[in-house]
Design a protein around this ligand. Structure first.
Ligand code: AMP
Length: 442
């Protein structure tokens, strides 16, 4: 496929040609024709997929025929989470829009002088690229109007929500015409991103771009049996003390147990924090920021709250309570193995939770490899409940969906003492600088 088959205007094709790109990337192949046709889009794609051109080109295509009336507001608005990204997007707009000599752009980001931006807004701006906070400032001061907007683009929507921009985005969207076209790009379309998308799009077309095989981390899945809650707690402590652990998300079944477990880990000197739906959004955002900055080593979370978390440092997912819904298992373990790194997902099963484990295995089509930690093995199980030997540990990519991805890792030398050593998490250090002492590596 070439760019010529996407339906783009000649002026834009010429600009693309000058960049040297000849073949559209998968996200461009799907998103560009759909956006030109006028559909609202929900696109899951990652940085590096060519997503910037995937929304910039069809937006510029829409601008080509008609120049705005003098005094009108912008026709295209791109919201991005950071100043750097906004600047990159503005540059892409200028590159691809080179042939549109009349085209004016403005970049409205925090940390830059207000005055210069106000001056920019006094001339006709066809395309505005902005971070939500600063744009809302301008809106509140009536320095910009969005009533002429035709295309609203949200770039990296999940990151904007993680950064606490939900209310700002809602206020901005409320100032735009209902008949606008909305293109939402995000690493994930699950959880809070999904509900925001539902609020602001009409009959959206969903485009999901698989992460390229080479960019997908491997997730090793393990199962550990525990006799009771005390045994689970000891196993958890040992796992958290493992040298290979950088950051972990520990899943519990309830909000209350997330709070309790996080507190008990904190009392043991582990940099833990809870994340669940009862927490206020700002509190949740603060926790996610700290996780991202590496100041939290262990996040104890419930399913809904942890959906869509994309933090490259998460090396381990530990299911302290196995998920009630087998589908949630796939969402949970996908919190690790991000950004092309490998991950480990360990599920702890109590005696009464083996049914849940079987449901997970049926759902994923993979048998979880049983691991033990020397000295912490479970009591011998009743012979009435034999478990066929694990298949030596299969791995699958972080983009895993049921029914397709399980691919043998080629590594079938899974030893019983899978953690390598009996964990001895050191205690007492809480500061970021001491994370190494608890098995957290920078
Ligand atoms: P993005 O995902 O938008 O951050 O783009 C990632 C990189 O891919 C950027 O450096 C783009 O310039 C580049 N790129 C975008 N589209 C193409 C394409 N069709 N072929 C090759 N490179 C591209």
């Amino acid at each position: 496929m070439t760019f010529h088959s996407l339906g783009l205007a000649d002026e834009l094709l010429k600009a693309v040609e000058q960049t040297g790109y000849t073949i559209p990337t998968p996200v461009q192949q799907q998103a560009i024709p759909a956006a030109i046709a006028g559909a609202d889009l929900l696109v899951s794609s990652h940085t590096g997929s060519g997503k910037t051109a995937a929304f910039t080109l069809p937006a510029l295509h829409k601008l080509i025929d008609r120049r705005p009336a003098p005094g009108a507001g912008p026709r295209v608005l791109v919201l991005t989470p950071t100043r750097e990204l906004a600047q990159q997007v503005e540059k892409a707009v200028q590159t691809y829009g080179k042939a549109l000599r009349w085209l004016n752009t403005a970049c409205l980001v925090g940390g830059a002088p207000m005055f210069a931006q106000i001056k920019q807004l006094q001339r006709q701006c066809d395309v505005v690229v902005a971070t939500p906070g600063r744009l809302l400032d301008h809106l509140n001061r009536r320095k910009i109007k969005l009533s002429d907007l035709e295309v609203l683009i949200l770039d990296e929507a999940d990151r904007m929500l993680d950064m606490g921009f939900a209310e700002d985005i809602d206020a901005i969207v409320a100032a735009t015409p209902a008949k606008r076209q909305t293109l939402l790009f995000s690493a994930t379309l699950d959880g809070v991103v999904g509900s925001m998308a539902a609020r602001m799009t009409r009959n959206p077309q969903r485009i999901e771009i698989e992460v390229a095989q080479e960019d997908r981390g491997q997730i090793e899945q393990r199962l550990m049996f525990a006799d009771d809650l005390g045994h689970k707690n000891r196993l958890l402590e040992a796992l958290l003390g493992d040298d290979s652990l950088n950051q972990a998300v520990v899943f519990t079944a309830t909000k209350r147990s997330a709070d309790e477990l996080s507190l008990s880990l904190q009392e043991k000197g582990i940099a833990a924090a809870a994340l669940h739906g009862d927490m206020h959004q700002t509190q949740r955002n603060r926790t996610l920021d700290r996780l991202r900055q590496g100041r939290i080593g262990v996040l104890v979370a419930t399913d809904v709250a942890a959906r869509g978390i994309d933090v490259a440092g998460i090396s381990h997912v530990i299911n302290f309570d196995p998920p009630r819904q087998a589908e949630d298992y796939v969402h949970r373990i996908g919190r690790t193995g991000r950004a092309g790194r490998d991950g480990v997902a360990i599920t702890l099963s109590g005696p009464r939770e083996t049914g849940l484990i079987r449901a997970i295995e049926r759902f994923t089509g993979d048998r979880l490899a049983v691991h033990t930690i020397p000295g912490m093995e479970p009591s011998p199980r009743k012979p009435s409940a034999p478990r066929p030997a694990g298949n030596g540990g299969r791995r699958f990519g972080s983009g895993a969906r049921p029914g397709g991805y399980g691919r043998p890792s080629g590594d079938s030398r899974r030893s019983a003492g899978g953690q390598g050593r009996e964990g001895h998490p050191s205690r007492g250090e809480r500061s970021h600088g001491d994370r190494r002492d608890r098995g957290f590596r920078d």
